[in-house]
Design a protein around this ligand. Structure first.
Ligand code: ZN
Length: 144
């Protein structure tokens, strides 16, 4: 059963964020151990989302830039990566679907959330290695 917009919002806002020290959170909080996939321009990492999530992932630019300020090449890359990522996750048995969300725009750094609630009857997390490996079929490096 699809979640209401309020439930999705609460899930996004309630997702745990690592502490940072006065810096751009996305620049400051890239923890190598949390990187699922990366290439020259993008970093996909996982977060400690709500327990009922199959996956809570964050795609961000490697360099500090803003939504609306990507050049055409970077914007095109974002569209392709995002489309592939949603397709990969939604084909996993653990995930019901993927919500894609921009949240925290006031901080500036280009970052987009991918939240995948569990499929009915499933409580195990999505296999990050599978996500990383499939995404790397188009380039970049699987890290999970
Ligand atoms: Zn930044």
């Amino acid at each position: 059963m699809p979640e209401s917009a309020e439930e999705v919002w609460a899930r996004i806002v309630g997702a745990k964020r690592l502490a940072f020290d006065g810096q751009c959170p996305e620049c400051a909080r890239v923890v190598p151990e949390r990187i699922v996939w990366e290439d020259e321009y993008w970093i996909l990492s996982y977060t400690d989302g709500p327990a009922d999530m199959a996956a809570a992932l964050l795609l961000q630019t490697r360099d500090h830039t803003r939504v609306g300020q990507l050049d055409d090449e970077l914007a095109s890359q974002f569209g392709r990566i995002s489309n592939r990522l949603v397709r990969i996750i939604e084909n996993l048995p653990e995930a019901a679907y993927v919500d894609v969300s921009r949240y925290g725009a006031h901080r500036g750094h280009f970052h987009v959330w991918y939240f995948a609630p569990h499929a009915d009857g499933v409580t195990t997390p999505a296999d990050l290695r599978t996500i990383a490996t499939k995404l790397a079929n188009w380039g970049g490096d699987a890290r999970a």
